[in-house]
Design a protein around this ligand. Structure first.
Ligand SMILES: *Cc1c(COP(=O)(O)O)cnc(C)c1O
Length: 390
């Protein structure tokens, strides 16, 4: 037994959460991540992973992983600054610096930790952090941990970002932070405008492109390539758990910025390096991302097919050109019911409710992958017609 004196309060809070249709639970998956997944023992057609390019179970990644495993074992055994930094990690950092066109790259064990570390490492007490209100939880949490002053602007509202920067005019350093592609909406941040405002106000910019990298841009360079930024670039956070199909994350920036993070980012310093085999698999994934542009092309075709079909059915898909295609429902319980209804028809979508999204904007988060086929999209549209339209 390990009881807390206030356990009855916890019980009550759990009950209320359940009654409000806000309860969350993990489902048990067997087998590989893919278009079809076995969840709680039942095979479902999945529109609910972030494996946007279909690489998570790709044979080339598996091979790179097992080869590295044979050479270097499982655990990295220590933090990067001790003995945990293997040659695979090093090669991955170099390859990513070249891929992103930035001076240097630093690996982090997860995207959550990269975001916390980069904010913590670059800002101090007299500084200001200016965030889009819909930024990923890890960026918002990075702000909460940091001593910098916090300002937020309404989603993608450049006039109000401008105003916030005026408000912060007298503080020492200012960092604007935004998702590249917003994780629950799928829309793309107005990066050129953000860069202009930053220049005008002498602010830095940090972009978390967890959902754009690999997916957007001719070479999969993400939102930066999408907007063809070549001169002044933002500091970039990328994650490997989405289109890369592996795990972990990186920050790409100028030498001085990266060296500062090495010295100061606590979530880099005080944690065990990822297993080297993960870095080896990520290297293999990066090669596929660069070479196999057909994956991005196919994904775009599937997105178009879904959006055209949804328009015909009058479904309220949110405006998005990315793999994230949310269907806005509004009411929490209605979203839950619709999601469960689809699942009865063998189709899995993400059911997203507050506090992950603002109140009254519950939605079904439909995500597409390059490994879906046209027939899968048709099945989804048929099921939506049955459950939503009728
Ligand atoms: C998934 C995600 C993260 C967290 O990355 P992990 O590697 O899963 O910890 C950070 N930012 C955004 C926008 C994400 O979608």
């Amino acid at each position: 037994m390990s009881q807390l004196p206030w356990q009855s309060q916890l019980q009550q809070a759990l009950k209320e959460r359940q009654a409000a249709g806000l309860y969350r639970r993990s489902r048990l998956r067997d087998g590989e991540q893919g278009v079809e997944v076995v969840l709680d023992g039942r095979k479902l057609l999945s529109f609910s992973s972030n494996d946007y390019l279909g690489l998570a179970a790709h044979p080339t990644l598996k091979k790179a992983f097992t080869e590295a495993l044979d050479r270097e074992g499982v655990g990295s055994g220590a933090a990067h600054l001790l003995t945990g930094h293997s040659r695979y990690h090093h090669q991955l950092e170099e390859a990513l610096a070249e891929f992103t066109g930035q001076q240097r790259v630093l690996l982090f064990s997860t995207g959550y930790m990269a975001n916390i570390g980069v904010i913590d490492g670059l800002l101090g007490k007299t500084d200001v952090l200016v965030q889009d209100k819909l930024n990923h939880a890890s960026l918002l949490d990075g702000g909460r941990l940091s001593e910098a002053q916090q300002l937020r602007y309404p989603h993608a509202d450049m006039a109000l970002l401008h105003q916030r920067l005026y408000t912060a005019a007298n503080s020492r350093n200012k960092l604007i932070v935004s998702d590249g592609v917003f994780s629950m909406d799928g829309d793309i941040a107005p990066l050129p405008e953000i860069m202009d405002l930053a220049e005008q106000h002498k602010a830095g910019v940090l972009i978390d492109d967890a959902h754009g990298l690999g997916v957007l841009g001719q070479n999969g360079g993400g939102v930066i390539e999408h907007f063809e930024l070549t001169q002044q670039k933002p500091i970039l956070v990328g994650t490997f758990g989405k289109a890369f199909g592996t795990a972990g994350a990186f920050v790409a920036a100028d030498e001085v910025v990266i060296e500062t993070l090495v010295q100061q980012a606590r979530s880099f310093i005080y944690t065990t390096a990822q297993p080297p085999a993960i870095a080896a698999a990520t290297l293999a994934s990066l090669k596929l991302i660069k070479q196999e542009s057909w994956r991005r092309d196919k994904l775009q075709q599937l997105i178009k097919q879904l959006r055209d079909g949804a328009t015909q059915l009058g479904l309220p898909l949110m405006p998005s050109q990315t793999a994230i295609q949310p269907l806005l429902i509004g009411d929490d319980k209605k979203a839950l019911k619709l999601g469960q209804d689809l699942e009865r028809q063998g189709i899995l979508v993400g059911i997203i409710r507050p506090p992950t999204v603002p109140k009254n904007t519950a939605r079904l988060r439909i995500t597409l992958s390059a490994s879906h086929e046209a027939e899968h999209i048709n099945k989804l549209l048929d099921a939506l017609e049955l459950s939503y339209v009728h």
